[in-house]
Design a protein around this ligand. Sequence first.
Ligand code: NAP
Length: 252
Amino acid sequence: MKVAVITGASSGIGRSAAVQIARRGAGVILTYSSNRPGAEEAVAEIEKSGGSAVALRLDVGDTAAFPAFRDAVVDALRDTWQRDTFDHLVNNAGFGQMAMFEDTTEELFDTFTRVLLKGPYFLTQTLLPLIADGGSVVNTTSNSALVSGVEAGYSAYATMKGGLTVLTRYMAKEFSARGIRVNSVAPGTTRTRIGDDAFEKFPELVTQLGSHHALGRIGEPDDVGMVVAMLLSEESRWITAQNVEVAGGQNL
Ligand SMILES: NC(=O)c1ccc[n+]([C@@H]2O[C@H](COP(=O)([O-])OP(=O)(O)OC[C@H]3O[C@@H](n4cnc5c(N)ncnc54)[C@H](OP(=O)(O)O)[C@@H]3O)[C@@H](O)[C@H]2O)c1
């Protein structure tokens, strides 16, 4: 049985990806940071459909904790799937916060760097020896780093996502020696808990932003989660080093 590790799967895109990947028959190690109930619900949803999943806590902004996380992954692989490697890694955990260029503090910039760029870089470095040859990686970037998603207030956030897009290409180049493919998904506006649950707090945003999408609405987590699962799967075996925008024609 294939096994996937998905970061930031206690809600939103990561949680959808976890469920979609499990639906295609893989075991899932999913991570949460503060929302343990969300992670437990995701595990329950996967188990209800006959799949297997384990939830682990991980702060992707804390590289010092990565060796202990790797050990926890090794334990989960052995205890749950009798494996010593896994096949798919999804670097998805992240947060968004709006700040105009003039108002962006060094502290916020550093937190974006740690969570959105340095975290995926060194987490992947830590876990790479556990990824089986022929495996695949998907990083969650953002169309804020593409022309279609440019909005005032996201200069620092989008800069990190642009960096992750470039990193995706370099990972694809170097990991190809082991047959490991690396791609990224660049979601557009997607109704998740991002931005302190902004879509729940300000439902008018959903309609207002939806009108800027060719397909007439903003994205739902499954719109993106399904693409993550597809990029990891055998159907995508000839796709590597790509950044796939998943945004329903935002600003088209
Ligand atoms: N929604 C959008 O419009 C949109 C657009 C483009 C890109 N994205 C990207 O999509 C990814 C998923 O976000 P989402 O929209 O699904 O938002 P979400 O519902 O808020 O989910 C974010 C996930 O990341 C986890 N997370 C946040 N900070 C973390 C940290 N320091 N360490 C470990 N985990 C952390 C959260 O864990 P806890 O809640 O358990 O703390 C949660 O599981 C992010 O990388 C985001 O930048 C989102």
